[in-house]
Design a protein around this ligand. Structure first.
Ligand SMILES: [Zn+2]
Length: 162
């Protein structure tokens, strides 16, 4: 058996060579299977080093990237479904629930950006208990402190003529 020292934990003969391995990556119930992987795996710390003369690393990373994109898309579709169920426009949803730029929510729905965890949770709560939307509107009033009003006091102002 081919062995060598682990590059990560330093265990002597810690890494063993493997080839023809299949791995399944999972995220949020979605899976991608990648076959025919080869490389070195440490029996001590689990470090994996893909064989550089194969496309193992590339195929493994591609599968991971694909899953992340698919997961964002899935969350985006869910956000859209719940928003429509609540009869809110994207703009109203931003104003009421998420804050951020006017197109923030459309970017979430298109799967370009993963929404903050708190927003996903809030949307799912409103999906389950839609009547809470009325409370959300009431409780949300005054929660946004960015809209300062300012009053100018002109009593002590003097005019200068130039
Ligand atoms: Zn190791």
């Amino acid at each position: 058996m081919k062995t060598r020292q682990c590059v990560s934990c330093g265990a002597c003969e810690g890494m063993r060579h493997f080839h023809g391995r299949g791995e399944t990556l999972r995220v949020k119930g979605m899976e991608r299977r990648v076959d025919n992987l080869s490389g070195w795996e440490c029996q001590n710390c689990g470090e994996i080093e893909w064989d550089a003369d194969t496309d193992s690393a590339e195929r493994y990373c591609d599968a991971g990237d694909e899953l992340v994109i698919a997961a964002r898309q899935m969350i985006g579709n869910e956000m859209k479904r719940i928003r429509r169920k609540l009869h809110l426009t994207q703009k109203e949803t931003v104003q009421l629930l998420s804050g951020g730029g006017h197109n923030a929510f459309s970017r979430y729905e298109r799967g370009e950006v993963l929404p903050p965890k708190a927003l996903i949770l809030l949307m799912r709560l409103l999906d389950r208990y839609p009547y809470l939307l009325t409370d959300a509107k009431t409780l949300g009033e005054g929660a946004d402190l960015r809209g300062f009003e300012h009053i100018v006091h002109k009593e002590q102002e003097s005019l200068s003529v130039s």
